[in-house]
Design a protein around this ligand. Structure first.
Ligand SMILES: O=C[C@H](O)[C@H](O)[C@H](O)COP(=O)(O)O
Length: 224
């Protein structure tokens, strides 16, 4: 199976996971990226079975609206029962690296408001140790050089993601060659640097369910 076919398989599996729980007042939290897009596309035909969605990016909001799904502001909604999103890396504890598409901050906010975080990923995203994928850090623009120097002190090789401005008007630094031994501690440590908005480690609040696309089928892991 190709990577795209594996992504489609986990998008299907996520639809099967949430469909029994959809009610007229359900508002879903929706992630960002190519895997989340496949999930959004499958939500379109179900739009009459739930109320709407909160999106973690302008791109996902636009895609949802094009399918006739109402998009709400998170502040209007409060909590969401499910947050469904992809990942750049995920480990056995369902800690993740996210933000390859620069949507990490809004993703982390919506995930924080979700009762269940369902991670959908093709098998290439599964790793024993996080850090092969460069860890994204969203920074306030004027703090970019300062934050980069602080990231060097932590052992990272920070690279400014040229030309990228997040939905929040900020910049992204990617941390290369930065293998992470303790994702929970490192997430908190990087977030304590002044000027950091957040970083792409989703460890303090990892996923609750992982749907991992493999050649022999979708493997489901549930921690909670
Ligand atoms: O900012 C982007 C998000 O964190 C995505 O969920 C992540 O990059 C995975 O994207 P994809 O499904 O395209 O691999």
């Amino acid at each position: 199976m190709t990577q795209d076919e594996l992504k489609a398989a986990v998008a299907d599996a996520a639809i099967n996971e949430i469909t029994p729980h959809l009610e007229k007042d359900t508002v879903l939290g929706i992630g960002t990226g190519s895997t989340a897009n496949l999930f959004i596309d499958r939500l379109g035909p179900l739009r009459d079975q739930f109320k709407g969605a909160v999106a973690s990016s302008e791109a996902s909001a636009e895609r949802l609206q094009k399918l006739g799904i109402e998009v709400f502001e998170l502040n209007q909604v409060g909590n969401v029962p499910f947050y469904i999103d992809g990942a750049d890396e995920v480990n056995a504890h369902l800690h993740m690296i996210k933000g390859g598409g620069a949507a990490l901050t809004r993703e982390k906010i919506v995930a924080a408001c979700a009762k269940h975080f369902i991670c959908i990923a093709d098998g290439s995203k599964y790793v024993a140790q996080l850090g092969h994928f460069p860890l994204p850090v969203e920074v306030i623009p004027m703090a970019r050089s300062y934050v980069a120097r602080e990231l060097v002190k932590l052992g990272a090789e920070p690279v400014y993601r040229q030309g990228v401005v997040t939905d929040n008007g900020n910049h992204i630094i990617d941390c290369f060659n930065f293998m992470i031994d303790d994702p929970v501690a490192m997430e908190a440590r990087i977030n304590s640097i002044v000027g950091v908005v957040t970083n792409g480690l989703f460890a303090a609040r990892g996923a609750d369910v992982l749907l991992l696309g493999k050649a022999d089928g979708v493997e489901r892991t549930a921690l909670r």
